[in-house]
Design a protein around this ligand. Structure first.
Ligand code: UDX
Length: 431
């Protein structure tokens, strides 16, 4: 197939690279010239395991190219995949301006019977409205096809998804199932556009609900002296509940869960059925990232001059993405409270440096951050932090060698043995 991918953010770049590997002829379009230059030379402007190699291979095979949406250039495509951003507006609604821009461009540059595959997350009802108001005088086909890619595992998630969801006219969705996704061995759910849009939002509301639920349970565990690790395992062994997304910690961040839960909360109030459950999920998540600050405040009378090593800046391991990362709020609050913050992340140092206050020192190694610090907060569970030589670090940190393990990733017993003051999330430490 001839495919044009419009919008080369995280999802668009992955889509372009993987589809070119499957033998499709792919052109990636973006308005950002620097991005086009980077992709064209085979380098990826963000970190995603395996993606650079795939981009390079795609370009070398001749199946993949990148271009600015310049007027005058001819583009051929049977399918246009829209992967532009849909950010939240200040009042809570979703900003669809990039979606409108992409549709206008497709109408002007691609041939009349192109199938438009919307991958950008849009509020339920958007596709029907676009068909009524933007595409009514065209022969363009419109399908909503949500993506469920996790950062850090995007290639694997694309190639081995749990399901493929396609919303639209059954003749078009069936064709896409057997062309765009011919190589993917996964069940397909073909439905109408609005239900497909709702599936995306509901999935990105359900998983955060699990996370906020387990975090609430962890906070109770801390009060009653129970251990959330065992509690999560114990409830997860019930196949109706399952083990996934029951890791207690500082809560969820990233480009999807915070945005989509807020967008669905807003949409439900606009539609007159405000969601008490979603509001609580969001509130629990906002509170969760304050835990290390509260813990440090009760450990040290004042945080003024306290040296704190902040381990991890990315919103989760295996990415350099710091969007909505708990670590950023923690760093800003610590600075406001007068602490000296020494932060380190294996991949997200540059992305974090661009937005953190100058007062946050970004170190080149975890040891540089830890040595000479009174306290450490583990905010992202990079494997590197689990494997640190904690026995050596014990002698190089200052009393009270306080460790707040915000992801329950470290071995509590070993750290206590080494003389650290240890506090996890829901590991019974307040009992
Ligand atoms: C998510 C969805 O998983 C994906 O399907 C969707 O397309 C995009 O949003 P992603 O944001 O990459 O993917 O991250 P994910 O691995 O789902 O984790 C999201 C956040 O939840 C991270 O901050 C992670 O630390 C947190 N999390 C996850 C927990 O706190 N506990 C858990 O048990 C699982």
């Amino acid at each position: 197939m001839q495919i044009t991918v419009v919008g080369l953010g995280y999802v668009g770049a992955v889509a372009a690279a993987v589809l070119s590997r499957s033998g499709h002829d792919v052109t990636g379009i973006d308005t950002d010239a620097a991005k086009i230059d980077a992709f064209s030379s085979g380098s990826c402007p963000f970190y995603e395991p395996g993606l650079s190699d795939l981009l390079e291979a795609g370009i070398a095979s001749g199946n993949l190219r990148f271009a600015l949406p310049s007027v005058g250039t001819t583009f051929n495509a049977d399918t246009a995949i829209i992967c532009v951003g849909t950010p939240t507006q200040a009042y809570g609604g979703t900003d669809l301006s990039q979606v409108y821009g992409a549709l206008d461009w497709i109408k002007m540059h691609l041939h009349a019977r192109t199938t438009v595959v919307m991958k950008s997350t849009v509020p339920p009802g958007t596709g029907e409205r676009l068909m009524r108001e933007e595409l009514q005088d065209t022969d363009l086909q419109y399908v909503f096809n949500p993506e469920f890619l996790r950062e850090g595992r995007a290639l694997e998630d694309w190639l081995h998804p749990d399901r493929i969801v396609l919303g639209g006219d059954p003749r078009v969705t069936e064709t896409l199932r057997s062309t765009l996704y011919s190589e993917i061995d996964a069940p397909a759910l073909l439905t109408d556009i609005t239900s497909a849009e709702m599936i995306k939002y509901a999935a990105n509301a359900f998983l955060p609900t699990k996370i906020s639920f387990i975090n609430e349970m962890a906070n109770i565990c801390d009060r009653v002296g129970a251990c959330i690790d065992d509690v999560a395992r114990g409830i997860g062994m019930d196949s109706r509940i399952g083990q996934a997304f029951l890791k207690a910690g500082l809560g969820y961040g990233g480009s999807c869960f915070p945005k989509d839960t807020r967008a669905l909360e807003f949409l439900s109030s606009v539609k007159g059925c405000s969601s008490a459950l979603l509001s609580a999920v969001i509130e629990v998540n906002n509170r969760q990232r304050l835990l290390p600050i509260q813990a440090l405040q009760s450990q040290f009378t004042s945080l003024k001059g306290v040296k704190v090593a902040l381990l991890g800046l990315a919103f989760k391991p295996e990415t350099d993405d710091v969007r909505e990362a708990p670590a950023l709020d923690i760093a800003r609050l610590l600075v406001e409270l007068g602490a000296e913050v020494r932060a380190y992340d294996p991949k997200a140092r540059e992305t974090a440096r661009r937005i953190l206050p100058d007062a946050v020192q970004i170190k080149k190694t975890a040891q540089e951050a830890l040595h000479g610090s009174h306290a450490a907060i583990l905010a992202t569970e990079w494997e590197e932090f689990v494997r640190l030589p904690w026995s050596d670090i014990a002698g190089k940190m200052l009393e009270p060698r306080y460790v707040f393990d915000g992801r329950n990733a470290l071995d509590r017993a070993i750290l206590l043995d080494l003389g650290f003051t240890y506090r996890g999330v829901g590991r019974g430490s307040l009992g």
